[in-house]
Design a protein around this ligand. Structure first.
Ligand code: IPM
Ligand code: MG
Length: 373
């Protein structure tokens, strides 16, 4: 059994707590299936700013580069009054990772557990049958312009004679669109064969180009049916008829917003993992970054309250996509499902008649379920 290297960046807030449980699960997998994992922990975000003066150091990026995968916790944010003038912002850690490794395809599966249909704020009959995969473009669009001022692609607040004005640039090249759209069609082939491409083509030039590229790519996938949907309509259908979707592909900011919305179908944002994939191949998969979609939740930091399931399911995605360990990934997902079915809940998904447990106990129970399989 070969050696796999994983760099763990717990980050801020509840990041370290949930990541610790995900690492425990990975170590359990390594033990049970006799894999040799080398795990390095490094700082990122506010923790790195405090410890190393930067959101993520070059040395840490280098270590990530040499690893098969990155397991990420959560990134904190500066208080609003410090944000505008701060030269170092914690989010830069994420943007540097996403940009420098060209993690362009961010997979966010939304598959509510049957036992959690009642935990969703939506009526169960709307949630029923939902099983969809978001493919969020992650390396371009409005998010960039932050790292360095790219000429012709400003993101800034500037002073004018009439007061301040602000600009962000939504720029996509056809190559950037094509690679993520292809990723979505490839994923659809292995699922139910339906792609929904989400844009705002009635307003935005970038969306008009996006549609053109989708049309072109679709020709190569005769077995996949596809549709275009405007982002506002998509937001509505996610609540009205989520089961109509199979694979949803969209640009960076739309994907950020829609996935937080869609997470509510599962009862909590604490349930949704993600995989950010680029192009570099590892020995048996694709180099990637794995992180829960939730934030650092500083209000519950250190209280053993955070739901570690998103982090643990992110570890399952890591096993699947970067280490090529499909059977192990399925075992982790089944262990999570078993513990939920047994009625154990962190506070974010608690319901009447369930047993509320903390972050650590949830992790422990999932690892124990894994050992039983
Ligand atoms: C996410 C987060 C990040 C994003 C933040 C922390 C910058 O919300 O991964 O969804 O907007 O991409
Ligand atoms: Mg987000």
């Amino acid at each position: 059994m070969g050696n796999h290297a994983i760099t763990v960046l717990p980050g801020d807030g509840v990041g370290p707590e949930v990541t610790e449980q995900a690492v425990e699960v990975l170590l359990t997998v390594a033990d049970l299936y006799e894999h040799d994992l080398t795990i390095h922990h490094r700082l990122a975000g506010l923790a790195a700013i405090a410890g190393e003066g930067v959101a993520i150091s070059d040395a840490t990026l280098e270590l990530c580069e040499q690893s098969d995968a990155i397991l990420f916790g959560a990134i904190g944010s500066l208080p609003a009054h410090e944000r505008q003038h701060a030269s170092v912002k914690p989010e830069q850690a994420l943007f540097r990772l996403r940009k420098s490794f060209q993690f362009f395809a961010n997979l966010r599966p939304i598959r509510p557990s049957r036992s959690l249909y009642h935990a969703s704020p939506l009526k169960p009959r709307y949630v029923e049958g939902t099983d969809l995969m978001f493919v969020r473009e992650l390396s371009a669009g409005l998010y960039y312009g932050h790292l360095e001022s790219i000429p012709g692609k400003p993101s800034e607040i500037r002073r004018t004679e009439r007061g301040e004005e602000a600009v962000d640039t939504l720029l996509y090249t056809e190559q950037e669109i094509e690679r993520v759209v292809r990723a979505a069609f490839d994923i659809a082939v292995a699922r139910r064969g339906v792609v929904t491409s989400v844009d705002k083509a009635n307003v935005l030039s970038s969306s008009i180009l996006w549609r053109r590229v989708v049309e072109r790519v679709a020709v190569d996938y005769p077995a996949v049916t596809y549709e275009h949907l405007l982002v506002d309509a998509c937001a509505m259908y996610l609540l009205r008829e989520p089961s109509r979707f199979d694979v949803i592909v969209t640009e960076n900011l739309f994907g950020d917003i829609l996935t937080d919305e869609a997470s509510m179908l599962t009862g909590s944002i604490g349930m949704i993992p993600s995989a950010s994939l680029g192009v570099r191949r590892t020995r048996s998969g694709t180099f990637g970054l794995y992180e829960p979609i939730h934030g650092s939740a500083p209000d519950i930091e250190g209280q053993d309250k955070a739901n570690p399931i998103a982090a643990i399911l992110s570890a399952a995605l890591l096993l699947r996509h970067s280490l090529g360990l499909q059977q192990e990934a399925l075992a982790v997902e089944a262990a999570v499902e078993e513990v939920i079915q047994d009625g154990y809940r962190t506070v974010d998904i608690k319901e009447e008649g369930t047993k509320v447990i903390g972050t650590r106990e949830m992790g422990k129970r999932i690892a124990a379920a894994l050992r039983r399989t």
